[in-house]
Write a protein that binds this ligand. Structure first.
Ligand SMILES: NC(=O)c1ccc[n+]([C@@H]2O[C@H](COP(=O)([O-])OP(=O)(O)OC[C@H]3O[C@@H](n4cnc5c(N)ncnc54)[C@H](OP(=O)(O)O)[C@@H]3O)[C@@H](O)[C@H]2O)c1
Length: 309
């Protein structure tokens, strides 16, 4: 599980300052890019909070990290994005216990869940990747802004957001469901929301960014289409970005000053491969954020969720 020599060299060249004393919270930290992000943080000396829906998986991931980094300080918190009462309880605990956070990486996400819904009855991919993330950010950002030091907040999107479309008349794609269409919409919505929030929080002590892993073989894609694709993924995974390389976006963001709302992801072909760099932002991400936020607030209010922020 130790980091590769190439990664260690890249970190040495690109992330000179120590992250010791910083607390980094990562959602979905038990698997894939989130797990590797947690490992990078432990390697760089930061304290890590793993916010995961499965206590069992989170504790197993924590144990694996502690075997490699015995001095690391790692905590686990429960958080299920597909259950808005869990999101509310998580945000409330941060507030009530005044949990100190320097960096908040919202990484958790799902792909290809046709026919499934969240606990609140929303289509699962949009409900988790966008509505859960929206509610999480709305509840957590005011708390992070109240901390006596600056905070970095990062939402994880996907290059697929570029092909995403939003149809407010059929937001959950009930008329025509497509795995990629729903996933792309969820990430486009998250990107538009994040970009708008980044402007709003510019002078409030929270710097808000987006990152994406490019194309990386993790359980997200490998498990999505059954055993054949899973087997092919394990054989051909090396063609794509390793989760470790994809995870470098976080230390890269922590080590650089970028304008609010910037997107960081692989710099290579189609932004799918390579070491991190600042990517361009599509016009459709920069526009329409207010309309989307108003629509989402109304949607959540109708579902009985009260986000006051
Ligand atoms: N891999 C790629 O090529 C790629 C490309 C573009 C964007 N992304 C994005 O990158 C992020 C990380 O994905 P990954 O590839 O590392 O996938 P992964 O290995 O499947 O990790 C996803 C993480 O999200 C967690 N999660 C899923 N549903 C959740 C929920 N309802 N509440 C809380 N946590 C939940 C998973 O928990 P469990 O282990 O319990 O399921 C897991 O820890 C995702 O946002 C994904 O959309 C990935």
């Amino acid at each position: 599980m130790a980091l590769t020599k190439k990664t260690a060299r890249w970190l040495y060249r690109n992330c000179r300052e120590s992250f010791a004393g910083k607390t980094v919270l990562i959602t979905g930290a038990n698997s894939g890019v989130g797990f590797k992000s947690a490992e990078l943080m432990a390697y760089l000396g930061a304290d890590v909070i793993m916010a995961c829906r499965s206590g069992e998986k989170a504790n197993a991931a924590k144990a694996a990290l502690l075997r490699e980094y015995p001095d690391a300080r790692i905590d686990v918190m429960p958080l299920d994005l597909a259950d808005l009462s869990s999101v509310a309880a998580f945000a409330e605990r941060l507030r009530a216990e005044r949990i100190d956070i320097d960096v908040f990486l919202h990484n958790a996400g799902v792909f290809r869940k046709p026919g499934q819904t969240t606990k609140d009855g929303f289509e699962l991919v949009l409900g988790t990747n966008y509505l859960g993330a929206f509610d999480l950010a709305e509840r957590v950002l005011p708390y992070l802004a109240s901390l006596p030091h600056g905070v970095l907040f990062v939402n994880t999107i996907s290059i697929i957001h570029k092909i995403g479309r939003i149809d407010y008349d059929d937001f959950f794609c009930r008329k025509r469901y497509g795995n990629f269409a729903v996933y792309a919409r969820s990430k486009l919505c998250l990107a538009k929301y994040t970009y708008r929030k980044a402007q709003q929080y510019e002078n409030k002590g929270v710097r808000i960014f987006m990152s994406h892993p490019g194309i990386s073989i993790t359980p997200l894609g490998a498990n999505a289409f059954g055993p054949v694709v899973r087997r092919l993924s394990s054989v051909f995974g090396w063609i794509f970005n390793s989760p470790e390389k994809s995870a470098l976006s976080l230390p890269y963001l922590m080590s650089n000053e970028f304008p609010p709302g910037s997107v960081v992801g692989p710099r290579g072909f189609l932004n799918g491969w390579g070491y991190p760099s600042r990517n361009g932002i599509a016009r459709k991400v920069r526009t329409g954020g207010e309309e989307l936020i108003a629509f989402t607030r109304a949607l959540l209010a109708r579902a009985g969720n009260r986000t006051d922020a």
